[in-house]
Design a protein around this ligand. Structure first.
Ligand SMILES: [Zn+2]
Ligand SMILES: [Zn+2]
Length: 232
């Protein structure tokens, strides 16, 4: 998002040292011997550097220990691999929710859950919000609940909960109006989902006050009219 040449995370310049030291990859959390990081000490391994945006979301969510889905989404969205607006956000929402939920509950089946979420999210095309009245970030919360409840079209309570969370997310997204912003819609959907898992499953995920740092990349940004606008 920040730059096409510098650090994948913050866009700052990369610094090459003469000696090698042990560094942890920002995305996969594995450690490597390396002599390059950015001036803010971010290090990304070669494997993660070569990944697509969708793969990067999966890698990050597979290895994160966080229980704060909005913070996780912000970290991932800072990558150059994630567009300002684009259908990868449809996978981002259920992916960070699955990861945070598994971290909070000790569920050890996150790889399987992430793969299912990705398969389902890939079916939601870009621009779905404008053409089907059905923002993919909102649908992402329905994918998340359907996976953790193991809902099918024949389920009763699981079916109810899966549709209910999508409905709540879409109402929140709709109430803030267009034009679409994948960042705002992701944050709104995640806020609804954090409230929902507390209310329905008594699972406490964390949330943060959002100060959006993506405004300067969004030519349709609502600026002061957006509740996440932080003045840049
Ligand atoms: Zn950096
Ligand atoms: Zn890595």
């Amino acid at each position: 998002m920040k730059s096409k040449t510098g650090c994948l995370i913050c866009g700052e310049e990369l610094v090459y040292q003469t000696d090698y030291k042990t560094m942890e990859c920002y995305y996969c959390k594995k450690t490597f011997q390396s002599n390059v990081s950015c001036i803010n000490n971010h290090f990304v391994c070669d494997h993660c550097h070569a990944q697509s945006g969708m793969d990067l979301i999966e890698t990050y969510c597979l290895n994160s220990k966080s229980v704060n889905p909005a913070d996780m989404a912000t970290e991932i969205m800072h990558s150059d691999k994630i567009s300002m607006h684009g259908p990868e956000h449809h996978f981002l929402v259920p992916a960070v929710l699955i990861s945070a939920y598994c971290n909070a509950t000790g569920d050890d089946t996150r790889l399987e859950k992430l793969r299912i979420a990705r398969k389902r999210a890939e079916k939601i095309p870009g621009g779905f919000c404008g053409t089907h009245g059905n923002c993919g970030a909102g649908v992402g919360t329905g994918i998340f609940i359907s996976i953790i409840t193991k809902s099918t079209p024949l389920s009763k309570e699981e079916w109810r909960l899966s549709n209910l969370i999508t409905g709540r997310s879409l109402i929140s997204i709709a109430n803030h109006g267009g034009p679409r912003c994948c960042k705002r819609d992701v944050y709104l959907a995640l806020e609804e989902a954090v409230r929902f898992v507390k209310e329905k499953f008594n699972v406490g995920l964390e949330s943060s006050k959002i100060h959006c740092r993506f405004s300067k990349f969004n030519k349709e940004c609502l600026k002061e009219e957006c509740l996440f606008f932080a003045g840049c």
